[in-house]
Design a protein around this ligand. Structure first.
Ligand code: CTP
Length: 440
């Protein structure tokens, strides 16, 4: 089914669009058209680099307004100075937000019209980055993005995919125009109940304050920790999961006011405050406990479930010297996939299903496949290679994938990942509840 046309949602809203100098600048022409269709007044500021990619003339033809390019243009300043540009609007959107523009913003520079407007504004700012994947993953860029988020700037994307440069692929593409429009709508306070076929794009978590009890009346299921699969009464198959990330998520959900059931494998962590903890040992028990915790509005599968179990565990301790060569042969069988089972439920599927992807190589590609294969709405992907210190450690560096795109978060504590993830889930839940009601 096609998405219903969404026009005339805003009532005379005003957006200042700052176009940065990147190949993706051409997408701004379509962005302007779509905003104008919705009766948004668009004033455009172009950096000098942006003018190498598209011309002020084509932009001005679409906005029906003059385009602002120069901080020291006497005409511009007399007619409408940078302070008025910064204040006479409801939202400032920067697209593409290049690495250089983000760096100058984070540093509080005001050495051209774009950065002067950004420094002078008291309006919400939405940055939509686009750049080469290496530039995006560079520590300096990640540091600048973290600083901007801490300063209250909403950062949207970038997405993963092919880059304009031949043979380059990765995280760095500008999000698609409909995704940017959805985020702009959210920030302008447009008609949030309008139906869309696509899920909302990842938007900055500062949209929901973790201090508010935004999940009161909602139920959340979390799985955490490893599972232990018995070989005999004293030995088992396990993995290195500590359960810290899942426990932090359960705690964050409870702080937002949700009723939380945490189905936990064997870990040595205390029960989080205000959380109902169901302790299990094996994958089969975890599945049973997770199903018993339904219905739930949100389900987050953070457990590192053992993929295999011993088909027939021995009832007594296996003694050395048994078996022909003195080494017992273990026949393994596959465990049920808890996330996949619950994500594919026809009835009682939680509205928002979030899985994790623990990988040691080609992280994003594997995670994207898991998103589809498991039927999750979001996948939180993390690199659990030994050198990262993530498995068992207190920090995490994750990518959040959904059908709408991918967002890479800088390295932060597991508590902070949990806080952000739950704030995001709370902010987007109404969309998924609407979609779920329609599907049932
Ligand atoms: N998961 C699950 N039940 C399983 C295996 C995994 O619920 N039997 C969930 C995990 O909790 C996680 C997601 O599926 O949310 C992905 O887990 P991961 O270990 O990364 O992937 P696997 O499905 O085990 O696939 P692979 O081992 O091939 O990476």
């Amino acid at each position: 089914m096609l998405a219903p046309q969404r026009v005339k949602i805003f009532v005379a809203k005003r957006v200042v669009l700052i176009i940065g100098g990147g190949i993706a600048a051409y997408k701004c022409l379509d962005l302007i058209r779509r905003l104008r269709e919705r009766e948004v007044q668009v004033r455009v500021v172009m950096t000098s680099a942006a003018q190498h990619f598209i011309t002020p003339l084509s932009v001005s033809a679409l906005t029906n307004e003059r385009v602002f390019t120069n901080l020291f243009d006497l005409d511009d300043e007399r007619e409408i100075g940078h302070i008025r540009l910064a204040r006479d609007c409801d939202l400032i959107v920067i697209a593409p937000a290049t690495a250089d523009l983000l760096a100058r913003m984070a540093g509080g520079h005001a050495n051209d019209l774009a950065t002067s407007v950004l420094l002078a504004t008291d309006k919400p700012v939405l940055a939509v980055p686009a750049m080469n994947p290496h530039m995006w993953m560079n520590k300096a860029t990640q540091r600048n993005v973290a600083q901007l988020k801490a300063d209250g700037v909403h950062v949207l994307g970038p997405a993963a995919g092919e880059m304009a440069e031949r043979g380059e692929a990765g995280v760095g593409r500008l999000l698609e125009v409909p995704q940017i429009i959805t985020a702009v709508e959210g920030l302008l306070g447009g008609d949030q109940t309008a139906k869309t076929a696509a899920p909302p794009p990842p938007h900055d978590v500062s949209l929901a304050s973790p201090r508010q009890h935004v999940l009161t009346g909602r139920s959340v299921l979390v799985t955490a920790g490893p599972t232990h699969e018995p070989i005999d009464p004293v030995r088992y198959i396990a993995n290195r999961s500590s359960g810290k990330q899942g426990y932090a998520i359960a705690a964050a959900a409870a702080r937002l006011g949700a009723r939380v059931t945490l189905v936990s494998g064997p870990v040595s962590l205390p029960d989080p405050a205000g959380v109902d903890v169901v302790r299990v040992v094996t994958a089969a028990e975890m599945l049973e406990a997770a199903q018993a915790a339904l219905p739930a509005d949100i389900a987050i599968f953070a457990a590192a479930v053992a993929d295999w179990r011993v088909a027939k565990p021995k009832p007594e301790k296996i003694k050395k010297g048994h078996g022909e060569a003195g080494v017992p042969k273990l026949t393994l069988t596959e465990n049920p996939d808890i996330l996949k089972t619950i994500a594919h439920l026809k009835r009682r599927r939680p509205a928002l299903v979030i899985g994790f992807a623990a990988e040691t190589q080609t992280l994003v590609a594997h995670a994207r496949r898991k998103l589809k294969r498991k039927g999750a709405d979001w996948i939180v992907a993390n690199d659990v290679s030994p050198g990262t210190g993530i498995m068992g450690g207190d920090h995490n560096a994750v990518h959040l994938l959904s059908a709408a795109g991918i967002e890479s978060w800088p390295d932060m504590s597991k508590d902070e990942v949990a806080e952000r993830l739950m704030a995001r889930a709370a902010a987007d839940l109404s969309h998924y509840l609407t979609a779920r009601t329609a599907a049932e």
